[in-house]
Write a protein that binds this ligand. Sequence first.
Ligand SMILES: [Zn+2]
Ligand SMILES: [Zn+2]
Length: 374
Amino acid sequence: MPTDYYSVLGVDRDASETDIKRAYRGLARKYHPDVAEDKTSAESRFKEINEAYEILSDPAKRQHYDRFGSVQNGAGGGAGGFGGGFSSGEGIGDIFDMFFGGARGGGQQRAAGPERGSDLRYDLQITLEEAFAGVEREIAFTHLGQCTTCSGSGAKPGTLVSRCDRCGGSGAMRSVRQTPLGQFVTQTTCTKCGGEGTFIPTPCETCRGRGRVERPRSLTVKIPAGVDDGSRIRVSGSGEGGTRGGPPGDLYVYLSIAPHRVFRREGNDLLIDVAIGFAQAALGASFDVDSLDGATPLTIGPGTQTGSLFRIRGRGMPTVRGSSRGDLLATVHVAVPTRLTRRGRELLEEYAAIEAEHDDKTFFDRVKDAFRPE
Ligand SMILES: [Zn+2]
Ligand SMILES: [Zn+2]
């Protein structure tokens, strides 16, 4: 769902409004379904271009998108012909003005009814410990909430939103022309209301007629135990306010888990590397291995090789739903001492001498054995 609107238009993130408009016009001219050669691919590309332009040409929406990478799927039910996504009269109006001097084909009439607010995305990083135990986190963000002065109507309190008198509330103007090819019916976006069908004679001063204002918001998100990188938590109704009495969108919290200095995670399993001494590896040993909820005992047998993997059942991550847990996978690595005590050195030299007596293979034979395929 998240699209990089800047790359859709082929502009830099710091592009000016003029740059954006220029890029949009160039692309729209190329991909307009009425002029492009490959109609099917052009239509989806055209839709994408319009969507990008709709966000990036509006300073408030652009700022919002820059901050949240906003998921703009709440504006559905908008313009018909291109599958929705236009939350104001601008996008589609502009493009038709460009090509047909304001003419607009039939079948694209849109009702100026309530529109649901956009969904918001909030990216949140938590630690592996928090993902293990579950956590509540307070998050703060800015969203477009319903204007409290006008209760979202956009009209100054005490005044009314009236039906547009030019188009009679339909948002479109119809004209019939006689041409040499026959009668030609054109529908045009109403120039007075911009297709909204309504007209606000006295706009609310707080929101300047938009019905929504940018407002800081904070809330506590409950993150269940067992969540993973990419988990998404939906906070219903905490997205942007709707327009013309439409319901608000939702807030989606996208989780990422910070890398841990000890554990790696694979699904619900936790992976850990454990260093052991070579005497432990040769003789076998019992010791404690760290897990996220305390140490857990592990016994290795004599002759354990470096790189051996031990599975400790049920000591990994919890599953989000249900009571089971993944495993703890410990890989042992034999650590060779870099400094020896005098006594340690004596013992090892003694051991080396015994080993040499009992093993008549040369060093090179042993190397060959090690590399011989089984
Ligand atoms: Zn207002
Ligand atoms: Zn009108």
